[in-house]
Design a protein around this ligand. Structure first.
Ligand code: C2E
Ligand code: CA
Ligand code: CA
Length: 528
């Protein structure tokens, strides 16, 4: 052991003697070091790196050579030389960070983009998720840089990078391409649409004022988006697509986002034209309600009907509410529509009563937007008294999405509705977060098990078990269970065996216009 070796612990030469080298080496490296040592003992010179601790417990990286000591052609030991290369290692790490990161913002730079993109394509493919690539270019940045100076420009860029970083999830990547252009990679999206809120958040966070040395500066962002499932031969094409979409955003007057994907583009257009047509349809009242019977599992009698909205488009024919209701929710058109549904359903229930059909309730689907608006409870009261109905004849179908925003307020409104005597059913149960703890707090009367479970109950053990679980849990909470989308006799058998209370589905009857439901309800019960 030479003097340099003594800087390592143990401190004195005698401490070394009779000790195994494992004292010095970091535990994680020990096995590897032992292998090299054995190889040297077997006659092959070795050179390797290992980490050791010095007497101050500082971690050092050593470049070590192990050479066999030969005496008369026989190996009698191993000679070791270690060189401290810690500083060199530190520089290497620094260099590789500098090579892959942007000096100003600390984000990844364009050199790292391709590797990261390839990695993200893999991730999306493997997890069967969507990958979104966004190209973000700042609007109005150049004028800051040119008119008040690079210092201010740099500060804005640093802050833009920080704000953007706060808006994405840990697995997402932000790359500074140079200048005021960034690429954002989101490899783990459930649906295409999920990129929209992220884009909006990024844009909103960038658009907030920047206060630098007492000056308020403003920039905004033009965003181009492209989507992929990760199956792409040349991932860098995604960057080009996002870039093209970004230019479109610039042309559209900046501070907005645009899609690259042609079919998404088409969808955005369709959305806009549907919104137009909806407006006309609302003005000309070209909606109808169809009614679908709900059947008591024990008696086979119709105990209620659900009102389902129908729109016959002039050119496109019938459009499913599953398509146009979300559009109407986006645009706010759902409010007049919802009021019309409620009013019409109540008027027709009254009319049924006048035709001698009694003892059935009317279920109306309520959009969260309508529910959350002020005066919802008053609105229900008004419509009931307008048509001379008792509260017990009306049932509101709500979904869990109602609870996504102000939970306490939603629960409070539900209690008020319930206090009127109106019943509440939780629709599409099993598809949302279906949290049991919420369920206990909600003043509901019924749950409707989603069609997707019912479809498979006769063939899929898993769905069968879930359905049975939901039913027994609901009964524990004194809730009535409705199975929706019942289409076959074997589903009916299974559901009866599982003590489901009410059936709804094509097996019994499809949704039908008023005239037909009136005739249907006037017949005596004829179902098993
Ligand atoms: P939902 O409330 O779950 O309505 C049940 C849907 O399942 C209806 O589709 C109905 O026609 C369909 N259905 C009923 N039985 C069967 C069956 O046995 N098999 C199959 N495959 N389907 C069956 P629809 O009428 O297209 O409505 C779709 C969704 O649109 C509704 O789902 C509801 O979320 C929404 N919606 C309908 N009317 C209104 C409304 O007046 N207001 C609001 N806010 N939403 C509505
Ligand atoms: Ca419903
Ligand atoms: Ca449903």
């Amino acid at each position: 052991v030479n003097p340099a070796g003594l800087k390592l612990k143990p401190h004195t030469a005698t401490d070394f003697i009779g000790h195994h080298f494992s004292h010095l080496v970091l535990e994680e490296d020990l096995q590897r070091v032992s292998q090299h040592f054995s190889a040297a003992r077997a006659g092959t010179p070795q050179r390797f790196e290992a980490r050791v601790r010095d007497e101050g417990e500082k971690l050092l990286t050593m470049d070590i050579s192990n050479l066999p000591i030969m005496v008369n052609g026989e190996i009698v030991g191993v000679f070791g030389i270690a060189r401290d290369i810690s500083e060199q290692k530190h520089f290497e790490r620094q260099l590789s960070f500098n090579a892959s990161h942007d000096r100003l913002t600390g984000l990844l730079n364009r050199v790292s983009l391709e590797d990261q993109l390839i990695l993200d394509c893999h991730i999306s493919r493997r997890r069967k998720r969507r990958l979104a690539v966004m190209c973000i270019d700042l609007d109005g940045f150049k004028s800051i840089n040119d008119s008040i100076g690079h210092y201010f420009g740099d500060q804005v860029l640093i802050e833009v990078a920080q704000r953007m970083t706060q808006q994405v999830r840990p697995g997402d990547t932000i790359v500074r391409m140079g200048g005021d252009e960034f690429i954002v990679l989101l490899p783990d999206l459930l649906r295409d649409e999920d990129v929209v809120p992220v884009a909006e958040r990024l844009m909103a966070s960038i658009a907030k004022p920047y206060c630098i040395q007492g000056m308020d500066l403003h920039v905004s962002a033009s965003v181009g988006i492209t989507l992929s499932d990760g199956h792409i031969e040349q991932p860098m094409q995604l960057i080009q697509q996002a870039d093209m979409a970004m230019y479109k955003a610039k042309q559209q007057g900046r501070n907005n986002f645009q899609w690259y994907t042609s079919d998404l583009n088409q969808r955005v257009c369709e959305h806009a034209s549907l919104r137009n047509d909806l407006q006309k349809a609302i003005e000309t009242q070209s909606f109808r309600l169809h009614y679908q019977p709900q059947i008591d599992a024990r008696t086979g009698r119709v105990v209620g009907i659900e009102a389902l909205l129908r729109w016959e488009h002039l050119e496109k024919g019938f459009i499913s509410p599953a398509v146009f209701v979300p559009v109407a929710e986006d645009s706010g058109q759902i409010i007049p529509l919802s009021l019309w549904v409620l009013d019409t359903a109540c008027a027709q229930l009254r009319q049924l009563g006048e035709q001698g059909v009694t003892g059935i309730s009317m279920a109306v689907n309520i959009s969260p937007m309508h529910f959350q608006r002020g005066q919802f409870v008053e609105c229900i009261q008004t419509v009931l008294s307008k048509h001379g109905l008792s509260a017990g004849q009306l049932e509101l179908e709500i979904t869990e999405s109602l609870l996504l925003h102000n939970v306490e307020q939603a629960i409070d409104t539900l209690h008020q509705v319930k206090a009127l005597g109106v019943r509440i059913a939780l629709d599409d149960f099993g598809t949302g977060f279906s949290s049991l703890s919420y369920l206990k707090r909600l003043p509901i009367d019924k749950i409707k098990i989603d069609r997707s479970f019912i479809q498979e109950i006769a063939t899929d053990h898993h769905d069968a078990a879930i359905t049975q679980g939901i039913i027994s849990m609901a009964h524990h909470l004194s809730l009535t269970v409705v199975a929706e989308g019942v289409e076959t006799a074997s589903q009916v058998d299974f559901l009866k065996g599982s003590r489901c209370d009410i059936f709804q589905g094509y097996y019994f009857a499809k949704p039908m216009p008023y005239a037909e439901i009136e005739a249907f309800l006037s017949q005596p019960a004829s179902h098993p």
